[in-house]
Design a protein around this ligand. Structure first.
Ligand code: PLP
Length: 393
């Protein structure tokens, strides 16, 4: 297909729900990706957080091939081996619990909301946070609570109370006899890479213990090594009651998961919740390959070292360019807050062969693959520096 043909087909046949960048990608390898014109880009935002292993990791490709040639799908009323192995590994790496598999982040959060309501036995209200993002399905959207996403879709499910992030007094005063849980991202990704404070998170844990509330962490974006640990909660010295995952877990294939603390994991019994495709054998085998590759190739260590390197480089840019207001993040999840709109900076970076993202209008988001190297970071920073220099003129 020619470029014009592709764009026209989208215009004609695909619903216009995405703001699109006029690029057609055809091939990827690690942190590099090529468009249809053979132009190479450095991908510092692979798959909106999906590409923690970079593009087309060989171990993921192999795991998919192996499983596809044996059994592509078997529904969840039967047993299969890859799902059993993946669940065991997720629990080993996180906390003593059980896993429910689904297909996306929103679906994992929907599951967590249903679990909380069942656990609540009449209590149903969940406290969520300003600038949160939990997905686009109706309950996940209500939990997200941002006007720009909710407009036009009323009525949304009830049962969410939104408070300011990193403000413990607001949480305390939002709790009522109806409250059953607290749902948060430990680093708000879409909301501008806002990092939860350590003391605040341990207070949240205490409150949940005191009031018998579920602490639900949405690790859809922060999970699977993004912050330099398997899960962001591991930086905070707490254990959640429920953790939701998606994005990077499938190495590029669609998966969602909710890990639930063992004592409450049987709250949802047979027939209460389901997902036809959830944790099918191919995707589960891919997930297992992701977790193995992270361990074998020491990607957490790399994410810590390269994360520190990236943040050092960004700090130097901040010293040079007053347009940078603030730098936030952890591991390889970096937000660069500007005092100008980020859209034009992202577009210029793309022109020069660097893919990054802008969220919350002014926050550039860099989330390179966990196996990124120094040379690639230097190159990305060089491009960003050039673009910021031009913008400062
Ligand atoms: C923290 C968080 N939760 C949930 C979601 C929704 O995930 P999905 O798009 O897979 O439904 C996202 C997506 O960006 C996210 O960042």
């Amino acid at each position: 297909m020619k470029l014009e043909e592709i764009f026209n087909s989208y215009k004609e046949y695909i619903m216009p729900t995405y703001t699109k960048v006029p690029l057609v990608f055809v091939k990827g390898k690690g942190s590099r990706i090529w468009d249809i014109r053979h132009k190479e880009y450095l991908d510092f935002f692979p798959g909106w957080g999906v590409g923690s292993l970079g593009h087309c990791h060989p171990k993921v490709m192999q795991a998919v091939r192996d499983q596809v040639s044996k059994l592509i799908f078997i529904p969840n009323n039967y047993y299969q081996i890859p799902q059993a192995k993946l669940a065991k590994e997720l629990v080993r790496l996180s906390f003593a619990g059980k896993v429910f598999f689904c297909n996306s982040g929103a679906e994992a959060n929907e599951g967590a909301i249903k679990l909380a309501r069942k656990f609540g036995n009449g209590r149903y209200e969940i406290i969520t946070f300003e600038n949160a993002f939990h997905g686009r399905t109706l309950a996940a959207l209500a939990a997200t609570g941002q006007k720009k996403y909710m407009d036009g879709f009323a009525p949304l499910p009830e049962g969410f109370r939104q408070v300011k992030f990193n403000d413990i007094a607001q949480v305390r005063s939002a709790i009522s006899e109806k409250t059953v849980g607290i749902l948060l991202e430990l680093i708000q990704g879409e909301g501008g890479v806002n990092v939860a404070e350590k003391q605040y998170v341990s207070e949240l844990r205490k409150i949940c213990d005191e009031k018998k509330l579920l602490l639900i962490v949405d690790e859809v974006q922060t999970g699977i090594g993004r912050t330099g640990k398997y899960f962001a909660f591991q930086h905070y010295g707490i254990t959640p009651d429920v953790m939701t995952l998606a994005k990077a877990l499938g190495g590029g294939l669609p998966i969602g998961a909710m890990v639930v603390r063992k004592e409450i994991a049987d709250t949802l019994g047979p027939g209460m919740h389901a997902s036809t495709f959830g944790g099918g054998p191919v995707i589960a085998n891919a997930g297992l390959a992701v977790l193995k590759a992270i361990q074998k190739e020491k990607m957490l260590e790399n994410a810590q070292v390269m994360g520190a390197y990236l943040f050092d480089k960004l700090a130097l840019l901040k010293d040079k360019f007053p347009v940078i207001k603030n730098i936030r993040g952890l591991g390889l999840m970096a937000g660069v807050e500007l005092n100008i709109a980020g859209k034009q900076i992202v577009e210029k970076c793309v022109e020069k062969g660097l893919l990054i993202n802008c969220t919350h209008d002014t926050v550039l988001r860099l989330m390179p693959a966990l196996n990124v190297n120094k040379k690639q970071i230097d190159k990305a920073i060089g491009i960003l520096e050039g673009v910021l220099r031009e913008a400062a003129k």
